[in-house]
Ligand binder design. Structure first.
Ligand code: DX5
Ligand code: ZN
Length: 229
């Protein structure tokens, strides 16, 4: 299976929530591909963010790009249909947050969304031995989940190579996403290790001078140049 097109997925965790619709419009206009939507519950992770109402609000605002919902909540099954109805495109969750991983993956697909599993830095990939045919996305955390602005954990590069090998050997159409500490100066080596979908929060939303109407253009261009290098 040929490698999929690289996708840049800005994490709105670092956006200005008071102007969220405009922030998402601007980052997509500047060349982002999809929208990374971090859901935290102050239980599975020590932070609290946004839920299905905000996802639905972005759809009503007119956002048509894929919305990549990253659930950091426990449990997940109750909230999956709500996100599907709110317009989620991808729904990913951590295997530790569901008692029945296979069932939760199936639930996501039954609701018409693409499904995915997220692996914390210390979580092994073994569960994939049994559910590879039920995932559309594998997301490797390169920081411990809960906060934006942390540093990339270098050992994730090796884990990316392992995940890439699993995907290539399976012959399945599965995206390999990376989340945490992705910057202009490390995205090329992250791609070389096998990722094809790149989440970046603080590197995109933190970089810009928001007085400039095209403020996300230069950082998105810098990411693209690195990906092409
Ligand atoms: C962390 C979130 C990330 C976060 C990444 O738990 O899953 O998506 O927004 O932020 P940066 O890119 O700043 O590390
Ligand atoms: Zn995330």
């Amino acid at each position: 299976m040929a490698r999929q097109k690289d996708l840049i997925s800005p994490s709105i965790l670092s956006a200005d929530f008071a102007r969220l619709g405009e922030e998402v419009d601007n980052v997509l206009k500047s060349g982002a591909d999809i929208v990374h939507f971090d859901v935290m519950d102050n239980h599975y992770v020590p932070n609290l963010t946004i839920g299905p109402l905000v996802c639905e609000a972005l759809r009503k605002h007119g956002v048509t790009a894929d919305i990549d919902v990253h659930l950091m909540v426990k449990p997940v099954d109750r909230i999956i249909p709500d996100f599907a109805n709110a317009g989620a495109s991808y729904i990913t969750f951590h295997p530790e947050s569901s008692e029945h991983v296979d069932r939760s993956l199936q639930l996501i697909r039954d609701h018409g969304c693409k499904s995915g599993l997220v692996f914390n830095p210390a979580t092994p990939l073994d569960v994939l031995d049994y559910v590879m045919d039920k995932v559309d996305m594998i997301l490797l955390m390169s920081v411990n989940p809960g906060f934006g602005g942390q540093s990339f954990i270098p050992g994730t590069l090796n884990k990316l190579r392992q995940a890439r090998k699993r995907i290539d050997e399976s012959g399945l159409d599965i995206r390999l996403e990376i989340d945490g500490g992705v910057k202009v100066d490390n995205i090329a080596e992250i791609k070389a290790a096998g990722a094809d979908t790149f989440v970046a929060g603080s590197a995109i939303f933190g970089a810009a001078n928001k007085q400039d109407p095209n403020h996300y253009d230069s950082v998105l261009r810098a990411f693209r140049e690195q990906l092409a290098s």
